[in-house]
Design a protein around this ligand. Sequence first.
Ligand SMILES: *Cc1c(COP(=O)(O)O)cnc(C)c1O
Length: 389
Amino acid sequence: MQSTLRRTWAEIDLDALEYNYKTIREKIGKDVKFLGVVKADAYGHGAIQVSKLLQESGADYLAVSSIDEAIELRENDITMPVLILGHTPKEQVKNLIDYNITQAVTCEAKALEYSKEAQDIGKVLKVHIKVDTGMSRLGYLCDGDHFTTGVDGICHACSLPGLDAEGIFTHFAVSDEFGEENDDYTMNQFKLFTDIINEVEKQGNIKFKIRHCANTGAVARFPDTYLDMVRPGLLLYGYGEFANKMGLKPVMALKTTVSTIKTYEAGTKISYGGIYVTDKRTRMGVLPYGYADGFFRSLSNKYKLMSAEGPVELRGKICMDMCMVDLTDKYKVDVGSEIEVFGPKNPIEEMAAIAETIPYELTCAVSKRVPRLYERDGEIIEKELMLRA
Ligand SMILES: *Cc1c(COP(=O)(O)O)cnc(C)c1O
């Protein structure tokens, strides 16, 4: 590894990603398509590399949240279908079509706009209709009194010139939460979704090629919801209790190094605000990893990182570019030694629990100044520092 990288870096294990992909594939069976969610730079792992691996491995679809993310993939040899889950301004319809990107249609107003723009340039935009069955975010409202207007709206969108409704989808709000109430909620969302599809297909005399709704929680727990395609994100990256239960592997390991070691007498205040005071003679390491790298400052004084000699405790406030750890009695840990922030030896789920958040937020937070090192067959195949992009 180049010396410039021996600061803080993220190792992205593409073998683990491939293993996770294949394991999920086996679970869903060969008749169900696989969409890999690679929005937000593949949850911080690097959308280009992750997408390349999924494309090579035979995945069917990718999903991102914006047109910029979609175009980034197209400009990096990703030719497989890409769906934009979120909003795209109507001015971008030409780009969507030219780059062969599929767009979610979430309401009547957008259906009309997209249809008009596509007609103006004499082309057809591929779309997936988004149905709101209980997430209360994007999508055609369809519950209760909205059922009829929902069906009418979707039928209308499907009939508009310039739009090709290839698919229809919805999103589950609590499929990853346990308890009867949550299970019922998910099942009600699913029933509403299939009711809507049946009614639209009947009234509109159409047949959707791809019906999809299963996110991570549903892929793990509700095989009845797979329909034509599943849509996992977190599961693919190998985090969370469902990934653990399925024996999937965490794809990212975030590592840093000891840059400096100093020894302080008892009674020394450490870092900003002096919230930690040494209670003994303390051998303290400085790590070049701070909140500008994505380390949540709320973890100050609370978290343990992993050294070759076991856990080392954070001491004092996390700074922008550095943090301090107690290396007393860890005599083999020296300047230059590797420290794992999270990864196979220090599960991200525990870090998330202490930070009162979810693994999603932690991998997304790994900032762009942290280089990504991509490993394939045990070797580093590519380094990517996004700051230079
Ligand atoms: C992010 C997202 C997913 C993936 O969610 P996971 O919980 O990571 O599996 C699936 N569908 C939609 C619409 C999303 O926004």
